[in-house]
Design a protein around this ligand. Structure first.
Ligand SMILES: Nc1nc2c(ncn2[C@@H]2O[C@H](COP(=O)(O)OP(=O)(O)OP(=O)(O)O)[C@@H](O)[C@H]2O)c(=O)[nH]1
Length: 879
């Protein structure tokens, strides 16, 4: 970039002392040239203002954008921090092949092992700016969520090559770029990275504010340096149009830095501020300086005790009245210039002055050289040292009036400049001025329109140069910053757009996958309930009815004097004879009770089997209704745990109830006790007799009260067995028929005579038969008693509780137990169904939220990209 934009005078090749155009370009004695220079300077001012205003608008928009991003990052979406790397395979390939479309490997700081192949597009825009964006590389479009596979950047040394990615928003994550440090990144979570980014955005926001202030800062500092006695002070006086305000002399004079500032900055008061070493000067804080009156200026400037390292002096001076044609050098509407008179260069001061000149705040270095002496060694050294930062110098060749052979002098000086500062030489027409400062200085504010053309040209050039340099020193960094910031934001937006797209797609796929299942489950819910209820009812009903039937049959067998069920180790005892009849009855009773207990346990086994079937049915219902990914049941049905009798409380009266788990009848004393009726059941025989009589009169009535009528008629026969003289069952009717015949017989005299002995024989026969039949009748008696006890009274002894027949009690207990299991199995399925449903509903809800958030992020990042483009258009690609 040219340091000084001069639309009229710009030539393709720099003017040299030898060139014919030189006279014209150097503006010596040309009024036209002076006017042109003035116009050019005005253009520079306008251009400067326009650039500054555009930059300010750009910075303002960037600040809004940063604020927006920052809020979005903390409140809506954790912005991911991308790393771009040139794939290893492309590192050696020709980069110039397709510079606008470069393949990169994209990773994120919180997920460094997951790589995505992308293409970094650099698209030129209408305003000749370049828009950066990322798209998925075609070949890896579907390999977004990569794996920590072979080409991991953390596993190979060569792959650790970092590409250009961020400059302003760079997070200090991989300090030193060592692999160890890099591996630390992987430990950082998304949230931590996002928080780091938040800090970075906040810092950038602050910096943008600072830059905005800086570009509006009108203060500009011009250092006037040069050899001893070159005429620096005289030049400053001339620029201020003040006669001898800065002390001048033929002998070396200025011993310290003196900054000349417009008195307007000190409320119009002319005075001196003597700065203090080591204290930061603040014009508004009197404690940071000492005040001296202006008449002390000469003493201070020429103080022999001071040198270039002494604290500087600030002098507030009023400028001579200026007009529009020759605006004040200190105030020209755009910048406020302060002129710094430096001590003359010598071996001691050259280094300090060069350092001073290199300061960032020094916008322009005016180097004053005496036309008579040209560049001394100190001058050369100064230019060489200061030239590192200030490539362009403003050179004033003073005392030109004293030179006779002006051409030769000019030629020699320019030649020296060419060697010392080539950049300055390139713009010699604007940057090198041959003048007579003393003349202007001596005339002071009377100069007016008669001002020396050369000096006028110098002034305009200096003003323009200050502005151009300000553009570089103040606008340049701001422009540079915003350009890089926009590129960073663009990269962030672009990479996060990829992430958001990926998340949105994944969320959509998830919703599409889960929502139909959820709907299906919703529809199937009532059906499931119904099926479970039916399964439970049917299972319970089946188990209960089978138990009841089983128990009834068991009791029927017992009533026949048989074991209720073939219990292992339980058998009816063998008859020990008449003397042991009591013990026999006792043992029979115990055996029958034990067999009932066993029958109960068989019924329980049966109920277990039925329950297993029921539970299987519930499992089948679950399998057909619940989606396959619903959590499997953690419950395992253990049929053996059914009918588990909890240890009864010893004092509990219910413990003696035959309700109690249906077990232990054989150990219940009231049941085991043997009564005489168990041995000879006279009552039963009479009952049979009574029940048979009406049957004789009403043969159609049933014998419901006594089940198993065939057996009962047998029992009846036993009672009157003696009458029939036969052990064969003949039926009660026949017995009574026989009795009638006997009665008829007895009515006759013959019969009466025979009756006594016959009855005696019959009675003896009956007794003999009863005794003979005891081994068979005792089990039947006992069984019958047990049956009737259990059928009629199965309630707890001595309690007023309900009396439930034993089979019903057993069936109730079984149904209760089966229902418990079935309820549990059903509840388990319902729980799993509910859990699965809720989990699916959660997945759908979260996925929908993710989708919405990703959509919002996509809209946001699209907006960010658009705004970046807009800002870029405002500030331009170049300053
Ligand atoms: N004829 C003529 N004399 C000049 C010109 N510029 C400066 N002088 C004289 O040169 C002498 C030195 O000028 P100063 O302005 O004091 O020089 P300086 O560079 O400030 O000197 P130090 O502060 O000592 O470094 C003074 O007597 C000036 O009048 C000029 O352009 N033409």
């Amino acid at each position: 970039m040219q340091p000084f934009h001069h639309p009229i005078q710009r030539t393709a090749t720099p003017a040299t002392p030898e060139s014919p155009a030189y006279e014209k370009e150097s503006h010596i004695g040309s009024e036209l040239a002076t006017r042109q220079a003035r116009i050019a300077a005005d253009d520079v001012v306008k251009e400067y203002e326009s650039k500054r205003n555009r930059l300010d608008r750009g910075l303002e928009s960037a600040a809004y954008l940063l604020g927006h991003l920052k809020n979005f990052n903390t409140q809506e979406w954790s912005i991911r921090y991308p790393h771009l790397r040139t794939p290893e395979s492309d590192q050696h390939a020709s980069t110039s092949a397709r510079p606008a479309m470069a393949r990169r490997t994209l990773t994120f700081a919180d997920e460094p092992l997951s790589e995505t192949g992308v293409v970094l597009n650099e698209t030129p825009t209408a305003r000749r700016t370049v828009k950066r964006s990322l798209t998925l590389a075609p070949s890896s479009a579907d390999a977004i969520a990569g794996s920590a596979s072979d080409a991991s950047p953390l596993t190979t040394e060569t792959a650790s090559h970092e590409d250009e990615d961020f400059s302003i928003l760079k997070l200090d994550l991989n300090m030193g770029a060592t692999r160890q440090a890099k591996s630390l990144i992987s430990h950082l979570e998304k949230q931590s990275i996002s928080a780091l980014l938040d800090n970075r955005l906040a810092a950038s926001l602050d910096h943008v504010g600072l830059l905005r202030k800086r570009i509006w800062d009108t203060q500009s500092r011009v250092l006037v340096s040069g050899d001893v006695n070159a005429g620096k002070s005289t030049l400053i006086n001339a620029l201020l149009r003040r006669v001898e305000v800065m002390p001048t002399d033929q002998q070396p004079l200025t011993t310290r830095f003196v900054e000349v500032v417009s008195a307007k900055e000190n409320n119009g008061k002319e005075e001196i501020h003597l700065l203090r070493n080591g204290v930061k000067y603040k014009a508004t804080d009197p404690s940071t300086f000492d005040v001296q009156s202006l008449d002390k200026l000469e003493d201070m400037v020429t103080d022999m005790a001071a040198d270039a390292d002494s604290p500087p002096v600030r002098v507030f001076l009023k400028e001579a009245a200026t007009d529009l044609a020759n605006p004040s050098i200190l105030h020209n509407g755009v910048v406020d210039i302060s002129l710094i008179d430096a001590p003359g260069l010598n071996r001691d001061s050259v280094k300090t002055t060069a350092n001073f000149a290199r300061q960032e705040e020094i916008d322009v270095v005016v180097f004053v050289v005496s036309a008579a002496n040209h560049f001394t060694l100190s001058a050369k050294e100064f230019i060489w040292q200061a030239g590192h930062e200030k490539a362009h110098l403003f050179i004033v060749v003073n005392r030109f009036d004293q030179i006779k052979d002006k051409e030769r002098c000019r030629r020699l000086v320019l030649e020296q400049i060419r060697q010392l500062s080539p950049k300055t030489y390139e713009d010699a027409a604007d940057l090198v001025h041959f003048v007579d400062s003393a003349k202007v200085a001596l005339v002071g504010d009377d100069a007016g329109d008669d001002l020396d053309d050369m000096f006028s040209h110098l002034e305009h050039s200096l003003r323009s140069f200050v502005l151009v340099n300000r553009a570089k020193s103040k606008l340049g960094p701001a422009h540079n910053y915003i350009t890089h910031l926009l590129a960073d934001i663009e990269l962030l937006a672009s990479a996060n757009t990829l992430v958001a797209t990926r998340e949105r797609e994944a969320a959509r796929a998830e919703v599409e996958r889960v929502k139909p299942v959820l709907e299906q489950m919703k529809k199937g819910k009532d059906g499931l309930d119904e099926k479970l209820v039916v399964a439970e009812e049917e299972t319970v009903e089946r188990a209960a009815s089978r138990t009841k039937l089983g128990m009834e049959r068991a009791l029927e067998r017992v009533a026949r004097g048989e074991l209720a069920a073939p219990a292992p180790g339980v058998a009816l005892p063998s008859y020990p004879g008449l003397l042991g009849v009591w013990d026999y009855a006792y043992d029979v009773k115990r055996a029958l009770l034990a067999s009932i207990d066993f029958a109960i346990s068989l019924a329980h086994d049966d109920a277990r089997q039925i329950t297993v079937g029921g539970v299987d049915r519930v499992i089948a219902i679950a399998d057909e209704t619940l989606p396959s990914d619903v959590e499997k049941s953690k419950r395992v049905f253990n049929p053996n745990a059914m009918f588990y009798a909890r240890p009864a409380r010893p004092q509990s009266r219910r413990s003696s109830s035959i309700h109690t788990a249906g077990l232990g009848l054989a150990s219940q004393s009231h049941l085991v006790e043997v009564s005489i009726a168990d041995i000879i059941d006279i009552q039963h025989h009479l009952f049979i007799a009574r029940s048979q009589l009406p049957q004789q009169q009403a043969p159609s009535s049933s014998n419901e009260l006594v089940p198993f009528s065939a057996e009962m008629s047998g029992l009846g026969a036993l009672a009157v067995g003696a009458l029939t003289l036969s052990s064969k069952t003949i039926g009660l009717r026949h017995v009574l028929d026989s009795a009638a015949k006997i009665t008829e017989l007895a009515s006759s005299r013959v019969a009466r005579r025979w009756a006594g002995p016959v009855i005696g024989v019959v009675a003896a026969g009956a007794v003999a038969y009863i005794i003979y039949d005891l081994p068979r009748s005792i089990p039947r008696n006992i069984g019958r008693h047990l049956q009737s006890t259990l059928l009629i009274s199965s309630g707890p002894l001595g309690s007023d509780a309900e009396f439930v027949p034993f089979p019903d009690a057993q069936s109730t207990q079984v149904s209760r137990e089966v229902r418990k299991v079935m309820r549990m199995a059903g509840a388990d399925v319902r729980d799993r169904f509910r859990g699965g449903y809720e989990a699916k509903a959660d997945v759908v809800r979260l996925s929908e939220e993710t989708e919405k958030r990703a959509s919002r992020a996509l809209a946001m990042f699209a907006d960010v990209e658009k705004r970046v483009e807009d800002i870029r258009e405002v500030v331009g690609s170049k300053l």
